[in-house]
Design a protein around this ligand. Structure first.
Ligand code: RTP
Ligand code: MG
Length: 140
């Protein structure tokens, strides 16, 4: 099977609680390799641009507010089936529904403060990686 890349974020609720290492270890233990990583405190504008697909949703304002409330770690992950593998280890969007052993089950506070983001398809992975990283910043 071919190596795939996906985009991942460790959200402000998690960096605030000093969980960058714990979450990165869970990703690595799931067979994913961090091939790019940067800590960024995104502006409201950057958060709005990144989440533009959700702009009509009722939670959009809350989402932008929360994502620009503190530092985020943006990452590119590489591995076999990386997109699906990452979503599996993240767990369900709402931590109340997340399976035992997933990142969101272990660390998320609520559906809004759910500690991690992961791309949901090859097209969105490519777009999201490009939103935060140039090709030379990704070292496989
Ligand atoms: P993500 O994009 O963050 O990896 O999570 P996801 O695919 O599981 O969830 P998605 O539907 O794409 O929603 C993006 C983020 O918006 C927040 N959200 N809040 N208050 C709410 O009802 C609500 N619904 C979604 C979550 O933080 C979710 O991760
Ligand atoms: Mg999503």
């Amino acid at each position: 099977m071919a190596l795939e890349r996906t985009f991942s974020m460790i959200k402000p609720d998690a960096t605030r609680r000093n969980l960058t290492g714990a979450i990165t270890k869970a990703l690595e233990d799931a067979g994913l390799r961090v091939v790019a990583s940067r800590r960024v405190w995104m502006s409201r504008r950057e958060a709005e641009g990144f989440y533009a697909v959700h702009k009509e949703r009722p939670f959009f304002g809350e989402l932008v507010e929360s994502m620009s409330s503190g530092p985020t770690v943006v990452q590119v992950l590489e591995g076999e089936n990386a997109i699906a593998r990452n979503r599996e280890v993240m767990g369900a969007t709402n931590p109340a529904d997340a399976a035992e052993g997933t990142i969101r089950k272990s660390f998320a506070l609520s559906i809004g403060e759910n500690s991690v983001h992961g791309s949901d398809a090859p097209e969105t992975a490519a777009q999201e990686i490009k939103y935060w990283f140039s090709d030379t910043e990704i070292v496989g």
